[in-house]
Design a protein around this ligand. Structure first.
Ligand SMILES: [Mg+2]
Length: 97
């Protein structure tokens, strides 16, 4: 998977294929805790970035997006469609669906 060619559809499919079975065994509630732990790591990285060169800010953004995508897969949410409907169609971000 070439990063320059990665689409959100491809990423969501990759997460489902790579982690779907294990995610299903863990369940939504436990997966949400993992997601929140990653959000906490991102918060910490944001706070330290600029002063601590060991912080992997990019990696923490990727972790949060990865776990959010996992949760979407578990609930049958097509993130590409959701983003298009919520932010791109019919006036974009201010549109109330
Ligand atoms: Mg992390």
């Amino acid at each position: 998977m070439e990063s320059a060619q990665l689409s959100f559809v491809e990423f969501q499919r990759f997460i489902a294929e790579r982690y779907g079975e294990k995610d299903g065994q863990r369940g939504v509630a436990q997966t949400f805790l993992w997601f929140m732990e990653e959000v906490g790591e991102l918060a910490s990285a944001l706070q330290k970035s600029g002063t601590d060169n060991s912080v992997d800010l990019e990696g923490e953004f990727a972790d949060v997006l990865g776990w959010l995508t996992t949760l979407a897969n578990m609930k049958g949410i097509d993130l590409t469609g959701a983003l298009q409907r919520k932010y791109l169609q019919d006036g974009g971000r201010n549109h109330k669906a």
